[in-house]
Design a protein around this ligand. Sequence first.
Ligand SMILES: Cc1ncc(COP(=O)(O)O)c(C=O)c1O
Length: 417
Amino acid sequence: MKKEDALKMDDNDQLSHLKKEFLYGDDNDEKKIYFCGNSLGLQHKSLKNKINEHLEQWKKFAVENHFNGDYPWMDIQDKIKEKLKLFLGCSENEIAIMNSLSVNLHLMMVSFYSPSKTKNKILIEENAFSSDRYVVNSQLKHHGFNESSLLTVYPEEDHSIDEDKIISKIITNKESLSLVLLPGIQYYNGQVLNIPKISKVCKDNDITIGLDLAHMVGNVKIDLKSYDVDFATWCSYKYLNSGPGGVSGIYVNSRHINNDIVRFEGWWGNKLSSRFEMLKKYDPEQSAEAWVLSNPPVVLLDIHLASLEVFCNAGLDKIFHKSKLLSDFLYDGLNSIDNYSHFFDIITPVGSARRGSQISLFFKKSSEIFFYEISKKFVIDYRKPDVVRVAPVPLYNSFYEVYLFVKEIDRLVKSSS
Ligand SMILES: Cc1ncc(COP(=O)(O)O)c(C=O)c1O
């Protein structure tokens, strides 16, 4: 890997100006290079004013700002959906912005997991994110079942997930399987799953399928229309840069948007036209907003909106294109290090169509020492005991930063050999 190549790619990068719009660290300190946008995205400089403006509005207009003033709080949900549909490839009425990810997984399972005595199994991947597993196990318990109703698909020896194995497990268990819950991108190895292929098998066998898009939204292009899954949910604080604990969202396939579906209900899902009439009968919005329970946290919504605007102003296609260039550059650079495989394997799939920005390194030895050394100069994510995840993000990372990372790993491999 050559420094000149990195600098040339930065020169040709049409998004390089955005880096200075994202805030990180104290300007007086020597900053580490941030490669952890897969965990918590950085703060855009516009957000401070946004928050202050809402404090000002609250002070000036109080309750009247819900509907009145230059910037009524009631309009923010619609503005977010207008943008987010471009990230998700679905229509606005299939999206609602609400709660956080684990809460939304539960709410989706209220509607999409209706087990019977004979058809009650749930399929997830064995290495699912802990919270997803807890959600699923507690739902099983809630319905009077136990972990014997949980089916899992183990990763391969190289840590990849074989979609054909998922499909064969679905087919083998089709009579007893009620729900398949999968990630769009697997959090540990960074693999993009072939969702259309799996979703078709679920549909052919009358099995519900839902997605956790935490590591996919804002990372790669999503086309929920063609995936044709039943539901999805995600979080906004990773690639979408909408702040720690930022507001999540749900997607409900339009074929399920009807009055017969079972869901937990609250006043904010009632049609806006009669929401404040305090009627006894629930009259749901004819959209995914029927799943919204409470009046939403306006400041979080507006931080989310502002963060999405940064993407839309820069152009989603340009961002995703740069992301692929960055992750290819990182992948190829790591792969070119002499004898790297004595220390680690790159467990993220080869080929940029099968991954997003994250590259995961599985350490065969000395993982703690490597993590300690890398962390002196870079912010990366360490999944104990063996995996380091690195995510160069197109909005605020440069090719030169990737070059510096690869050089550092090269140095550490040489000095440890
Ligand atoms: C794949 C996945 N699922 C679930 C969660 C939990 O999200 P939350 O704390 O917002 O409920 C996370 C958080 O990082 C995640 O990455």
